[in-house]
Write a protein that binds this ligand. Sequence first.
Ligand code: FES
Length: 279
Amino acid sequence: MTIEQLNEIREAKRELVMVRKLIKEEGEKLAEKTGYRKQVLICGGTGCTSSGSHKVVDTLEASLKKHGLEDEILVVKTGCFGLCALGPIMIVYPEGCFYSQMTPEHVERIVEEHLRDGNVVKEYLYQETVHSDGSILSLNETNFYKKQMRVALRNCGVIDPEQIEEYIAVDGYQALAKAVTQMTGDEVIDEVLKSGLRGGRRRTQAEVPMAIKDDVLRKLLGAEGVLSGSALADSLHVSRSAMWKAIEQLRSEGYNIEAATNRGYRLAAGPEALTVSKT
Ligand code: FES
């Protein structure tokens, strides 16, 4: 896939997914542009699946068909919302209203009263979202959500994890696109080191020095004068001892790295042919 194709998918699907992040008038206006009057998000996470969310989805899809609503109402199976004890969870946008502990028996009334006629079935809502004056709160206004700032899981409970286009719509793969089209290899390595990300498997103590050896060499090559051991270790997000072992490894490969007491390290000379360039 080209970057242009990636961006075309993002633009084509963006509004459809953004409806799930906006509520009330803003959400309604955007929903009009997408071709779907409403979107029903049903949790397909482990907790909700074990309490029967797939049966709710099947019943909902059959009921929408029966009422001729399948082209107006989009059903989306999402990942976990984080409120598993209240599952199966169903959220309807653009209202953002939050139905909890759904069963197939609840579905027909929601389809007829809410999805067809526009009247929320307050009796089935999570009761924390229903005020005594009858007004309702959206999912994101609940106490559980409003104090959270989700980072890695910000799209969980928003997109369908089995539809790659939905991930692309929320900027999926944009970092990869930037890395391969706009950054040098060193810039990518610096960015990953700065992020503190460690990957899926922790490196063993023995692996770290070998893995950072080239980075230590790059830093020494780029330094003017002596580079302090702690600055070097901090910049690579590793311990002083891992950094020292990397220097020992480089020395064993023929690099002459001088250590000035209490000041740091300096690359005095490399082996005949340096294998790592500055760029
Ligand atoms: S599994 Fe559905 S909210 Fe967690």
